[in-house]
Write a protein that binds this ligand. Structure first.
Ligand code: FES
Length: 576
């Protein structure tokens, strides 16, 4: 238990503290008796379906802490929805909110003299932010996930054959297909009504579920906590699996305090390797590269983008989840959740089994009773290691080259390029909106490489996701024939031939700034290169003449202005 002799709350019957407590509705004598002050850090908002159940969960946690004689104190943080910001002028606030949330949680925890912390995550960036204050403060603690959206179904093709596995990705791609005349209004309306029957994060292996997977696989969330549905439908209470996770998490927290196990005892280097291995085997989002590097930095664990690359080279893709596969996250939950994937990886020698987790037991102990995918009743959600969906190294790769001297990420989602490389003609844009407009007017054709630049962490600022552009490419049937390269990011929903996170970014004088319409660009996953097909002399001459464009107009004192001044490149996780 925490040492109460040094606790702020141990003097709570006296003077000003008693006044403050009474005014806030607490009984000072009870506060003195309490054996732990637990920060319930949560990003609640009623603005969107990803985090609108968080308040209910946070209240449940407060009650559960109180029932053990402790005191749960709510600390809030902004929960930015990617669905609400992508493609808009406010898209930069998404990545920026990751660090802002972590700061809010750290501030509330220390200012309220917390001994421990339970973080309720949710939409994409909240998942990354959840682990950052735990690693930073090293307060006893763990993460609870509010859950992902239940998938829907319709009775017309090509979606009927997906059964009960439709997600937001299906609606977005159908919406783009409608624009291209490939889907009727009635079908689109039906999809709009049916893809998401209730609350929860985007329902497959997109960024929110990638980060919940990371939290579970790194050992900071109870087993099977990364995949539960948020509710039964929009009118229901939170799902029973969420309630059970929340209540079990409070018990686990007290066990961790008794054992003296803190986040940095769990988030060690081997645990980071486990997290990346698991997320990669499940086809996680490119955003994991940014977030894992940021969390490792908070935990004081040396971990680089090349470490992630080395892991990806040995890990096959075994979870059959969208966007690369067919199933929704809830389907994984039904066959046993992330532990089934981890069991397969552990048996194959791809995980470190001796790391501690928030159960108070090692990873291997947690997985002892979990079945291998091949021993489950007939299912094709998780494939055996010996028969993977894709061989190692075919999901996301770190490339370098004349267009990315520092690094960039190629996302192929388990697919391979027909000729071993993609060679195409550049069509250059300075915004996602301009690229989408060109796509709509038919200026982008098969064989093109769409270049979107000056949308990096400094340039945008905030490195927005090019999801609407990738959705348009897929919806128009160009996903395999047009590549996209950018110094911005991608959503976990995005798939195709995609190169993002190009570093240095255009706004920092990166060579993406010298690409011209009609240039030939070569993407080669085998050599791990991204190159502009011009001579070194021509490249040097263009770089010498390069003038970086004026930065977009952002107030110096604004959150975006501060971010622009402080942020590092995507190569280092966009840390501040
Ligand atoms: Fe929240 Fe996708 S918009 S998880």
């Amino acid at each position: 238990m925490p040492d109460k002799s040094v606790s702020y709350w141990s003097d709570a019957k006296q003077g000003l503290r008693a006044v403050e407590l009474r005014a806030a509705g607490f009984e000072p004598a009870e506060a003195v008796k309490t054996n732990a002050v637990v920060t319930i850090a949560n990003a609640y908002t009623n603005a969107h379906r990803c985090n609108n159940r968080v308040r209910r969960i946070a209240d449940l946690l407060v009650d559960a802490v109180a029932s053990t004689g402790g005191q749960g104190l709510l600390v809030g943080a902004p929960a930015v929805s990617d669905a609400l910001t992508q493609g808009t002028e406010n898209a930069g606030y998404s990545l920026v909110s990751r660090d802002l949330m972590a700061d809010c949680m750290e501030t509330g925890h220390h200012a309220h003299h917390g001994n421990a912390m339970i973080v309720v995550s949710g939409c994409d960036k909240t998942g990354a932010a959840a682990l950052m204050p735990l690693a930073r403060t090293n307060a006893f603690g763990l993460v609870v996930y509010p859950g992902t959206s239940s998938p829907g179904r319709v009775d017309f093709e090509p979606w009927a054959s997906k059964g009960n596995n439709l997600t937001i990705m299906d609606y977005m791609e159908a919406s783009a297909a409608r624009e291209a005349g490939r889907v009727s209004d009635d079908e689109l309306t039906s999809l709009q009504r049916c893809v998401m029957p209730g609350s929860g994060t985007c329902g497959a292996m997109f960024t929110a579920n990638t980060m919940s997977t990371i939290a579970e696989a790194i050992g900071m969330m109870l087993p099977r906590g990364a995949s539960h549905p948020a509710d039964y439908d929009a009118a229901s209470d939170i799902h029973d699996d969420v309630k059970n996770q929340a209540l079990a998490s409070v018990k686990a927290l007290y066990r961790l305090m008794e054992m003296g196990v803190r986040p940095r005892d769990i988030m060690v280097r081997d645990a980071f390797e486990n997290a990346v291995t698991t997320a990669y085997a499940m086809g996680g989002s490119t955003n994991l590269y940014l977030h894992v590097l940021a969390i490792a930095r908070e935990a004081g664990v040396p971990f680089t983008i090349e470490d992630i690359q080395r892991i990806g080279e040995r890990v096959p893709l075994i979870a059959n989840l969208q966007p690369h596969g067919v199933y929704a996250m809830v389907s994984l939950h039904q066959v046993g959740g992330v532990p089934v994937v981890m069991k397969a990886l552990l048996e194959a020698g791809l995980l470190h089994g001796d790391v501690m987790t928030v159960t108070g037991r090692t990873l291997a102990e947690n997985l002892a009773e979990v079945a291998l995918p091949e021993n489950l009743p007939e299912q094709d959600v998780v494939f055996p290691i010996a028969r993977p969906l894709a061989a190692p190294g075919n999901h996301i790769s770190v490339l370098t080259g004349s267009l990315a001297p520092e690094s960039c990420l190629l996302k192929l989602s388990g697919k391979s390029l027909e000729d071993g490389e993609f060679r195409g003609k550049a069509k250059v844009f300075d915004s996602e909106q301009a690229a989408i407009a060109a796509l709509r007017d038919g200026s982008v054709i098969a064989g093109d490489v769409v270049v979107v630049r000056h949308v990096g962490p400094v340039g945008a600022p905030g490195m927005p996701e090019m999801v609407h552009l990738t959705i348009q490419l897929q919806g128009r049937g160009l996903g395999k024939e047009v590549a996209l390269i950018t110094d911005g990011r991608f959503s976990g929903v995005s798939h195709g031939i995609l190169v993002g996170h190009i570093c240095p970014e255009g706004a920092k004088g990166g060579p993406i700034g010298v690409v011209r319409d009609g240039d030939t660009i070569v993407i080669n996953p085998n050599t791990r290169r991204l190159d502009l097909d011009i001579t070194p002399d021509e490249m040097a001459a263009r770089m010498a003449r390069l003038v970086t464009p004026a930065l977009s107009d952002v107030a110096e004192s604004s959150v975006l202005g501060k971010y622009r001044r402080l942020v590092s490149s995507a190569h280092y996780g966009c840390v501040l």
